[in-house]
Design a protein around this ligand. Sequence first.
Ligand SMILES: Cc1cc2nc3c(=O)[nH]c(=O)nc-3n(C[C@H](O)[C@H](O)[C@H](O)COP(=O)(O)O)c2cc1C
Ligand SMILES: [Mn+2]
Length: 471
Amino acid sequence: MAKDLRAFIHEIATTMPDEIQLVTEEVDPRFGVTALAGKLAQQQRFPALYFTRMKGSDLPLVINLTASYERLALALGTTVAEMATAYGERQAKPIPPQVVRDGPVREMILTGERAKLSLLPIPTHNELDSGAYITGGVLICKDPDTGLHNSGMYRHEVQAERQLGVYFQGSHHGGAIYKRYAKKNRPMEVAIAIGHYPTFMLGAVSRLPGLGGEFEEAGALLGEPLELVKAETVDLMVPARAEIVIEGEMPPRETHFEGPFGEWPGYYVAEGEQPFIKVKAITMRKDAIYYNVFPASQEHLVLGSLPRMGSIYRRVKESVPGVVNVNVPAHARTHCYVSIKKSSEADSKEAAMAALKTEPENLRFVVVVDEDVDVFNESQVMWAVGTRFRAEKDLTVIPNFSGPGGLNPSNWEYGVDESRKPVMGSAMILDATMPAPPLRFPPRTKPPEELVSRVEPERLLKRFDPKLVKS
Ligand SMILES: Cc1cc2nc3c(=O)[nH]c(=O)nc-3n(C[C@H](O)[C@H](O)[C@H](O)COP(=O)(O)O)c2cc1C
Ligand SMILES: [Mn+2]
């Protein structure tokens, strides 16, 4: 099966059947989808939800498909324990995309008046959001000087039947490219691809050294070239196997009020005047599935964090070759746990500093542990903090470390008039490693490994009959 959104849905349904659930009752895209997904999130449940009857649209919708590291690891053909290292290693070997003549995304071509956003079941997610938002789209544009394609995931507010908002954060390429078009007083052509194999989205969110390279990164993550076709009304290449592509252009210099919108830190932030997109065409599959990311929830965090984890692993390895693993936990993109095989006392701080330097905008809390601690098991990380960390010497606070940054409200300073001003972000390092040899630390408790590895619980365990104990 060629790798696309439906192939991935099929893969989840066959290999992890409990991880995808079907909803056949009619659901309102306005808060209906997130009421269910939000209730499940309160219970710490993040299954993919596939809605077949969306009010006002013929398209089915999937949310939370990419909401867990287990599922993202499956897309990478690896395990959670190995996904950061695999990601970091593949990043070094880009695979160029392949241009094909036609593709399923061109089965339906709607241009001009027929390209209506209301055809799509675009949800309104959180209570104070300004309206419906496309959250799973990958925006593709082209450098006006070099012609290089660049892509990234951005939030897109539905502003009118054929108008979408864009929110570009300062350090991202998309906004920098738009500014260069605006300076030339030329509109920027864009295409938003919705719904593909997760490696396509991960490629778009990867921290790459320069502008562009996201299609090549998607190929590297998948192990095969990404297929591209020419778009219909803009001079751009788009993924042939996407579910939906929205084409349009961004007028230079014009803006529209955008937001508020619930962002990844879990707050409504960043509202104001932003550039916008005039929609020119929608192309899609005949039976297109609408892919939606649950914003400000675990899905938003893990999609953004896995690519960073891969880069952190790569950067830490340059200064601490004994790095074993890296986790940015699914519930907190501000945290990072790094395990190392320590060869000198300096290793812990070196590793933590390298992690912070890779991800200065988002990381606030780094814990370094020894190789015997599983960074994907937070209980173990906290056990190490409880038994290997001494606050007076192992805590490092780094004030004014990054920024100024606006999305995380801990970076805000309030004036007397309640105005808020983004300030520099601070970070904290906890060294929860044991002292390096020759200092001796007591051995960690465990039953004999030889016996543990041989014992077979399934064979030994039987149901307990209450009659076995008499009162
Ligand atoms: C679900 C999701 C939503 C995102 N939304 C935005 C956004 O609205 N604005 C933004 O600047 N970055 C957003 N990002 C982060 C960018 O996609 C990411 O930093 C990407 O690498 C930017 O690419 P670029 O530097 O090529 O523009 C989002 C990431 C994810 C996973
Ligand atoms: Mn880029």
